[in-house]
Design a protein around this ligand. Structure first.
Ligand code: ADP
Ligand code: MG
Length: 301
Protein backbone atom coordinates (compact mmCIF):
# COMPACT_ATOMS: atom_id res chain seq x y z
CA UNK A 1 0.00 0.00 0.00
CA UNK A 2 1.25 3.47 -0.91
CA UNK A 3 -0.12 6.50 0.90
CA UNK A 4 0.39 10.00 -0.42
CA UNK A 5 -0.71 13.08 1.48
CA UNK A 6 -0.54 16.76 0.48
CA UNK A 7 2.36 16.03 -1.81
CA UNK A 8 3.87 19.00 -3.62
CA UNK A 9 6.97 19.45 -5.74
CA UNK A 10 8.37 22.69 -7.04
CA UNK A 11 11.55 22.43 -9.07
CA UNK A 12 14.25 25.06 -8.91
CA UNK A 13 13.24 27.55 -11.52
CA UNK A 14 9.78 27.60 -9.95
CA UNK A 15 8.08 24.90 -12.03
CA UNK A 16 5.26 23.58 -9.86
CA UNK A 17 5.23 19.96 -10.98
CA UNK A 18 2.90 18.56 -8.27
CA UNK A 19 0.18 20.45 -6.41
CA UNK A 20 -1.30 18.85 -3.31
CA UNK A 21 -1.60 15.22 -4.39
CA UNK A 22 -3.58 12.95 -2.06
CA UNK A 23 -4.17 9.29 -2.77
CA UNK A 24 -3.83 5.71 -1.64
CA UNK A 25 -2.64 3.01 -4.03
CA UNK A 26 -3.49 -0.58 -3.21
CA UNK A 27 -2.64 -3.97 -4.67
CA UNK A 28 -2.91 -4.75 -8.40
CA UNK A 29 -2.22 -2.58 -11.39
CA UNK A 30 -2.52 1.16 -10.97
CA UNK A 31 -2.50 3.50 -13.97
CA UNK A 32 -1.15 7.02 -13.76
CA UNK A 33 -2.40 8.75 -16.85
CA UNK A 34 -1.79 12.23 -18.16
CA UNK A 35 -0.29 14.25 -20.99
CA UNK A 36 3.40 15.11 -21.28
CA UNK A 37 4.47 17.46 -18.51
CA UNK A 38 1.58 16.42 -16.23
CA UNK A 39 3.92 15.38 -13.41
CA UNK A 40 3.89 11.59 -13.82
CA UNK A 41 7.66 11.08 -13.74
CA UNK A 42 8.02 13.49 -10.84
CA UNK A 43 5.42 11.57 -8.81
CA UNK A 44 6.95 8.18 -9.62
CA UNK A 45 10.47 9.30 -8.73
CA UNK A 46 9.21 10.62 -5.40
CA UNK A 47 7.43 7.33 -4.65
CA UNK A 48 10.62 5.46 -5.61
CA UNK A 49 12.60 7.63 -3.18
CA UNK A 50 14.75 9.11 -5.94
CA UNK A 51 13.47 12.65 -5.65
CA UNK A 52 12.73 14.72 -2.57
CA UNK A 53 9.28 16.34 -2.45
CA UNK A 54 8.87 20.01 -1.53
CA UNK A 55 6.12 19.10 0.92
CA UNK A 56 3.81 16.32 2.01
CA UNK A 57 4.09 12.72 3.09
CA UNK A 58 4.70 9.47 1.23
CA UNK A 59 4.48 6.07 2.90
CA UNK A 60 5.47 2.96 0.94
CA UNK A 61 4.27 -0.18 2.73
CA UNK A 62 4.29 1.80 5.94
CA UNK A 63 7.81 3.14 5.42
CA UNK A 64 8.11 6.90 5.74
CA UNK A 65 10.02 8.10 2.66
CA UNK A 66 11.09 11.25 4.52
CA UNK A 67 13.46 9.33 6.74
CA UNK A 68 16.69 7.66 5.64
CA UNK A 69 15.65 4.40 7.34
CA UNK A 70 12.22 4.43 5.71
CA UNK A 71 13.72 5.09 2.31
CA UNK A 72 16.23 2.32 2.77
CA UNK A 73 13.55 -0.17 3.84
CA UNK A 74 11.23 0.82 0.98
CA UNK A 75 14.00 0.62 -1.62
CA UNK A 76 14.60 -3.01 -0.78
CA UNK A 77 11.02 -3.87 -1.76
CA UNK A 78 10.66 -1.77 -4.90
CA UNK A 79 11.68 -2.06 -8.52
CA UNK A 80 11.79 0.91 -10.84
CA UNK A 81 11.95 1.22 -14.60
CA UNK A 82 12.75 4.83 -15.52
CA UNK A 83 11.48 6.46 -18.70
CA UNK A 84 15.05 6.40 -20.06
CA UNK A 85 16.98 3.44 -18.75
CA UNK A 86 20.72 3.76 -19.33
CA UNK A 87 21.85 0.38 -20.64
CA UNK A 88 25.38 -0.87 -21.02
CA UNK A 89 25.56 -1.42 -24.79
CA UNK A 90 28.41 -3.92 -24.71
CA UNK A 91 26.99 -6.17 -22.01
CA UNK A 92 24.78 -9.06 -23.00
CA UNK A 93 21.27 -9.22 -21.55
CA UNK A 94 22.33 -11.89 -19.08
CA UNK A 95 25.48 -10.00 -18.02
CA UNK A 96 23.46 -6.84 -17.52
CA UNK A 97 20.94 -8.59 -15.26
CA UNK A 98 23.77 -10.21 -13.32
CA UNK A 99 25.39 -6.83 -12.79
CA UNK A 100 22.14 -5.18 -11.62
CA UNK A 101 21.35 -8.13 -9.34
CA UNK A 102 24.71 -7.70 -7.61
CA UNK A 103 24.04 -3.96 -7.19
CA UNK A 104 20.69 -4.85 -5.67
CA UNK A 105 22.41 -7.09 -3.16
CA UNK A 106 21.49 -10.52 -4.52
CA UNK A 107 24.90 -11.84 -3.51
CA UNK A 108 24.24 -15.58 -3.59
CA UNK A 109 25.31 -16.60 -7.09
CA UNK A 110 23.02 -19.62 -7.25
CA UNK A 111 20.04 -17.51 -6.23
CA UNK A 112 21.08 -14.82 -8.72
CA UNK A 113 21.33 -17.28 -11.57
CA UNK A 114 17.93 -18.72 -10.73
CA UNK A 115 16.23 -15.32 -10.62
CA UNK A 116 17.85 -14.23 -13.87
CA UNK A 117 16.82 -17.40 -15.70
CA UNK A 118 13.25 -17.02 -14.46
CA UNK A 119 13.05 -13.39 -15.48
CA UNK A 120 14.59 -14.03 -18.90
CA UNK A 121 11.89 -16.60 -19.40
CA UNK A 122 8.97 -14.45 -18.24
CA UNK A 123 10.14 -11.52 -20.36
CA UNK A 124 10.75 -13.93 -23.26
CA UNK A 125 14.33 -12.82 -23.66
CA UNK A 126 15.93 -16.23 -23.18
CA UNK A 127 16.69 -16.50 -26.91
CA UNK A 128 18.57 -13.21 -27.00
CA UNK A 129 20.08 -13.32 -23.51
CA UNK A 130 23.62 -13.71 -24.85
CA UNK A 131 23.37 -10.96 -27.40
CA UNK A 132 24.79 -7.53 -26.61
CA UNK A 133 22.23 -4.94 -25.53
CA UNK A 134 23.16 -2.62 -28.39
CA UNK A 135 21.62 -5.14 -30.79
CA UNK A 136 18.25 -5.20 -28.94
CA UNK A 137 15.10 -3.70 -30.45
CA UNK A 138 13.15 -1.03 -28.57
CA UNK A 139 10.74 -3.62 -27.21
CA UNK A 140 13.54 -5.94 -26.07
CA UNK A 141 15.23 -3.03 -24.28
CA UNK A 142 11.98 -2.24 -22.49
CA UNK A 143 11.57 -5.89 -21.53
CA UNK A 144 15.09 -6.18 -20.14
CA UNK A 145 14.29 -2.97 -18.26
CA UNK A 146 11.28 -4.66 -16.68
CA UNK A 147 13.40 -7.71 -15.91
CA UNK A 148 16.03 -5.61 -14.10
CA UNK A 149 13.28 -3.85 -12.13
CA UNK A 150 11.92 -7.25 -11.04
CA UNK A 151 15.28 -8.49 -9.72
CA UNK A 152 15.17 -8.99 -5.98
CA UNK A 153 11.47 -9.87 -6.18
CA UNK A 154 9.99 -6.44 -5.34
CA UNK A 155 6.55 -5.96 -3.80
CA UNK A 156 6.16 -2.72 -5.74
CA UNK A 157 7.03 -2.25 -9.40
CA UNK A 158 7.09 1.29 -10.79
CA UNK A 159 7.24 1.59 -14.57
CA UNK A 160 7.40 4.96 -16.27
CA UNK A 161 5.85 5.03 -19.76
CA UNK A 162 6.98 1.53 -20.75
CA UNK A 163 5.08 1.47 -24.04
CA UNK A 164 6.30 4.70 -25.64
CA UNK A 165 7.72 4.21 -29.11
CA UNK A 166 6.80 0.53 -29.32
CA UNK A 167 4.84 -1.11 -32.13
CA UNK A 168 1.35 -2.39 -31.26
CA UNK A 169 2.48 -6.00 -30.87
CA UNK A 170 5.26 -5.10 -28.41
CA UNK A 171 2.87 -2.81 -26.53
CA UNK A 172 0.44 -5.66 -26.04
CA UNK A 173 3.30 -7.90 -24.89
CA UNK A 174 4.47 -5.32 -22.32
CA UNK A 175 0.91 -4.82 -21.07
CA UNK A 176 0.42 -8.56 -20.62
CA UNK A 177 3.76 -8.89 -18.90
CA UNK A 178 2.87 -6.15 -16.42
CA UNK A 179 -0.59 -7.66 -15.82
CA UNK A 180 1.09 -10.94 -14.93
CA UNK A 181 3.41 -9.13 -12.53
CA UNK A 182 0.41 -7.37 -10.96
CA UNK A 183 -1.02 -10.69 -9.83
CA UNK A 184 1.72 -10.94 -7.19
CA UNK A 185 2.94 -7.37 -6.68
CA UNK A 186 1.66 -3.80 -6.85
CA UNK A 187 2.39 -2.24 -10.23
CA UNK A 188 2.26 1.49 -10.88
CA UNK A 189 2.29 2.23 -14.57
CA UNK A 190 2.40 5.68 -16.11
CA UNK A 191 1.28 6.35 -19.63
CA UNK A 192 -0.19 8.99 -21.88
CA UNK A 193 -1.81 6.26 -23.98
CA UNK A 194 -5.33 5.56 -22.75
CA UNK A 195 -5.37 2.17 -24.46
CA UNK A 196 -2.60 0.99 -22.15
CA UNK A 197 -4.83 1.19 -19.12
CA UNK A 198 -8.22 0.33 -20.55
CA UNK A 199 -7.21 -3.31 -20.73
CA UNK A 200 -5.13 -3.83 -17.68
CA UNK A 201 -5.63 -1.40 -14.77
CA UNK A 202 -8.21 -1.91 -12.06
CA UNK A 203 -7.51 1.49 -10.61
CA UNK A 204 -6.25 4.75 -12.05
CA UNK A 205 -5.58 8.43 -11.59
CA UNK A 206 -5.76 11.10 -14.25
CA UNK A 207 -3.21 13.80 -13.65
CA UNK A 208 -2.78 17.10 -15.42
CA UNK A 209 -0.62 20.08 -14.53
CA UNK A 210 0.36 18.45 -11.27
CA UNK A 211 -3.19 17.85 -10.07
CA UNK A 212 -5.30 14.73 -9.83
CA UNK A 213 -8.49 15.18 -11.85
CA UNK A 214 -9.92 11.74 -11.46
CA UNK A 215 -9.26 8.84 -9.16
CA UNK A 216 -11.14 5.57 -9.43
CA UNK A 217 -11.86 2.52 -11.54
CA UNK A 218 -11.99 2.58 -15.34
CA UNK A 219 -15.72 1.76 -15.11
CA UNK A 220 -16.37 4.77 -12.86
CA UNK A 221 -14.48 6.95 -15.27
CA UNK A 222 -16.61 5.76 -18.17
CA UNK A 223 -19.67 6.47 -15.99
CA UNK A 224 -18.73 10.17 -15.96
CA UNK A 225 -19.54 10.49 -19.65
CA UNK A 226 -22.68 8.35 -19.60
CA UNK A 227 -25.30 10.25 -21.62
CA UNK A 228 -22.73 12.69 -22.96
CA UNK A 229 -21.48 10.82 -26.03
CA UNK A 230 -23.34 11.13 -29.32
CA UNK A 231 -23.16 10.46 -33.00
CA UNK A 232 -24.16 13.31 -35.26
CA UNK A 233 -24.38 13.13 -39.04
CA UNK A 234 -24.22 16.37 -41.02
CA UNK A 235 -23.68 17.13 -44.68
CA UNK A 236 -20.21 18.30 -43.73
CA UNK A 237 -20.50 21.20 -41.31
CA UNK A 238 -18.71 20.58 -38.04
CA UNK A 239 -20.94 20.57 -34.95
CA UNK A 240 -20.21 23.40 -32.52
CA UNK A 241 -22.17 24.96 -29.64
CA UNK A 242 -19.70 23.77 -27.06
CA UNK A 243 -19.57 20.19 -28.34
CA UNK A 244 -16.21 18.42 -28.31
CA UNK A 245 -15.58 16.46 -31.51
CA UNK A 246 -13.78 13.21 -30.69
CA UNK A 247 -13.66 11.68 -34.15
CA UNK A 248 -14.83 12.23 -37.70
CA UNK A 249 -15.86 9.61 -40.21
CA UNK A 250 -16.94 9.99 -43.85
CA UNK A 251 -20.20 8.10 -44.33
CA UNK A 252 -22.56 7.63 -47.26
CA UNK A 253 -24.92 10.51 -46.43
CA UNK A 254 -22.35 12.98 -45.13
CA UNK A 255 -19.94 13.18 -42.23
CA UNK A 256 -20.44 11.37 -38.94
CA UNK A 257 -19.08 13.07 -35.84
CA UNK A 258 -18.58 11.46 -32.45
CA UNK A 259 -19.16 14.31 -30.00
CA UNK A 260 -19.14 14.90 -26.26
CA UNK A 261 -21.62 17.25 -24.62
CA UNK A 262 -25.30 18.02 -25.01
CA UNK A 263 -26.21 18.48 -28.67
CA UNK A 264 -29.18 20.61 -29.82
CA UNK A 265 -32.25 18.62 -30.82
CA UNK A 266 -31.84 19.91 -34.37
CA UNK A 267 -28.83 17.61 -34.77
CA UNK A 268 -30.97 14.47 -34.31
CA UNK A 269 -28.06 12.97 -32.38
CA UNK A 270 -27.92 9.29 -31.43
CA UNK A 271 -26.67 8.42 -27.97
CA UNK A 272 -23.75 5.98 -27.88
CA UNK A 273 -21.93 4.06 -25.20
CA UNK A 274 -18.91 5.99 -23.91
CA UNK A 275 -15.41 4.56 -24.11
CA UNK A 276 -12.57 5.21 -21.68
CA UNK A 277 -11.02 7.46 -24.30
CA UNK A 278 -14.20 9.59 -24.47
CA UNK A 279 -14.03 9.99 -20.72
CA UNK A 280 -10.35 10.90 -20.82
CA UNK A 281 -10.98 13.59 -23.40
CA UNK A 282 -13.90 14.88 -21.34
CA UNK A 283 -11.80 15.00 -18.19
CA UNK A 284 -8.95 16.76 -19.95
CA UNK A 285 -11.46 19.30 -21.23
CA UNK A 286 -12.76 19.81 -17.69
CA UNK A 287 -9.17 20.08 -16.47
CA UNK A 288 -8.57 22.93 -18.87
CA UNK A 289 -11.51 24.72 -17.24
CA UNK A 290 -9.63 24.06 -13.98
CA UNK A 291 -12.52 22.23 -12.35
CA UNK A 292 -11.48 18.99 -10.70
CA UNK A 293 -14.25 16.47 -11.27
CA UNK A 294 -13.43 13.95 -8.61
CA UNK A 295 -10.29 14.73 -6.67
CA UNK A 296 -9.28 12.18 -4.07
CA UNK A 297 -10.13 12.82 -0.45
CA UNK A 298 -7.24 13.16 1.99
CA UNK A 299 -6.24 9.84 3.46
CA UNK A 300 -6.06 9.32 7.19
CA UNK A 301 -2.68 8.01 8.25
N1 ADP B 1 14.56 18.57 -13.26
C1 ADP B 1 13.59 19.43 -13.56
N2 ADP B 1 13.77 20.77 -13.39
C2 ADP B 1 12.80 21.65 -13.67
N3 ADP B 1 11.59 21.32 -14.13
C3 ADP B 1 11.33 20.02 -14.32
C4 ADP B 1 12.31 19.00 -14.05
N4 ADP B 1 11.78 17.79 -14.32
C5 ADP B 1 10.51 18.02 -14.76
N5 ADP B 1 10.25 19.36 -14.76
C6 ADP B 1 8.96 20.00 -15.12
O1 ADP B 1 7.97 19.50 -14.25
C7 ADP B 1 6.76 19.27 -14.95
C8 ADP B 1 6.36 17.80 -14.81
O2 ADP B 1 7.31 16.99 -15.48
P1 ADP B 1 7.27 15.41 -15.48
O3 ADP B 1 7.09 14.94 -14.09
O4 ADP B 1 8.45 14.94 -16.23
O5 ADP B 1 5.92 15.12 -16.30
P2 ADP B 1 5.49 13.85 -17.17
O6 ADP B 1 6.32 12.70 -16.72
O7 ADP B 1 4.03 13.68 -16.86
O8 ADP B 1 5.72 14.20 -18.60
C9 ADP B 1 7.00 19.72 -16.37
O9 ADP B 1 6.57 21.05 -16.50
C10 ADP B 1 8.50 19.62 -16.51
O10 ADP B 1 8.97 20.52 -17.48
MG1 MG C 1 7.48 11.44 -17.78
Amino acid sequence: MIEIQNLTKTYAGKVQALRDINMTIGAGMFGLVGPNGAGKTTLMRIIAGLLRPSGGIVHVFGHDMQTADGKHAAKSVLGYLPQELGLYPNLTGREFLDYIAILKGVTDSQQRRQQIENLLETTRLDDVADRRLKTYSGGMKRRIGIAQAMLGDPKLLIVDEPTVGLDPEERVRIRNLLSDMASHCTVILSTHIIEDISHSCNDLAIINKGQVFFRGKPGDMIGLTQGKVWNIVTSGERPNNGLIVVSTLQVQDGVQYRVLGTPDEAYHATAITPSLEDSYIWLMHEAQQDQPVNTAKPVSA
